[in-house]
Design a protein around this ligand. Sequence first.
Ligand SMILES: *Cc1c(COP(=O)(O)O)cnc(C)c1O
Length: 397
Amino acid sequence: MTTEPGMRYEPWRALALWGEEEAAAALEVVRSRSLFRYYGPDLGHRTDAFERAFAELAGVPHTVAVSSGTAALTAAMVGLGIPEGAEVIVPAVTFVASVGAVVAARGVPVFAEVDDTLTLDPAKLEELVTERTWGVMPVHLANVAADMDPILEVARRHGLRVIEDAAQAAGVSYRGRPVGGIGDAGAFSFQLDKNITAGEGGAVTVTDADVYDRVARYQDQGGQFTTSKGATRGTADHPPFIGANLRMTELTAAILSVQLPRLVPLCKRLRDVARQVRAETAGLPLQWRRLPDEEGSGGDLTFFTESRLEARRVVGALTAAGIPAHTMYQGQTVTSNRAVREGRTPWGVAWERPPRFRASEGYLGRSVTVGLGAAMTDEDVDTIVATLRSAWADAAG
Ligand SMILES: *Cc1c(COP(=O)(O)O)cnc(C)c1O
């Protein structure tokens, strides 16, 4: 997402409230000269504190802070013990990082259709399960939770691990349960486009203590500093293993800790904006994206038009009125990315060309997403409503 000139507000949710508090928190870390999370001359243990606060928000016993959302997804799958070459079912509508994480964890992605929620279609899941299937990765896309109950039901029946890609859904819940704590593990991103940000950053949420242990070790060279004692990196029950460095810095954690308390009010405000626009445009010939749990959504304004052409026309009308708007992922499934389509990984070609996902392509191509910003005013909301009304009045007239 980029801001074009002439927009009434920025589409980035986290940046509108960004300011002196972030600056002060960052300065404090710089002055302490202790940016490394595990030791330093005057360590503030900010990453530890952020992990505890984020775990509370996600309603899980454990969070591991890491360097990115992709790192979080990878570490989650490694923590859950993904075997090499195992298949993970991923929706055809997602950011390429969902696929990249499966590849980094030495798994193989298998793609699935989405429905009119733009999240994994639970009715299409079971037919993809084979003896090689190890897990399923529902993606909570654009602040809307995937329909987790029927997904969990299929997963349980086949013994699949459920890894929630909650990169775009910090602060979102599903039927009273915060995302990230519904499946076996969750992954969040704090990149610029997400609900809270430090430019980069990520977090893994887990319930099981053994999985937590493996995630914490993996992100820290197999437990180089997590345990602070090389000798205790493994136990009889948990032999040591070689990990990676996916660690978060104290600077990132300090900035995220400033933003974290804003998350719930932000989601509420944008959910209210979305409700208002939906109510005030009732009667227009547009099909709102179905929300598996409207109460828990973090605010999203996506609808489907009758055709790709109409979607393009409405996006044009909104942007001309200064409202950031786009067709989701430019109407392209993740499988139309050339590397994904051709199965090209750093280790060679790892899968055959996936099929077309016609239902997903249909929804994506006819989608219009109105960007929601944290600093939106009532006039901005009125402008959205007026522009949508006139877009169809113009078409009719
Ligand atoms: C942003 C995003 C990621 C990856 O997060 P990074 O922090 O950019 O690595 C993963 N999945 C989805 C759906 C995302 O939108």
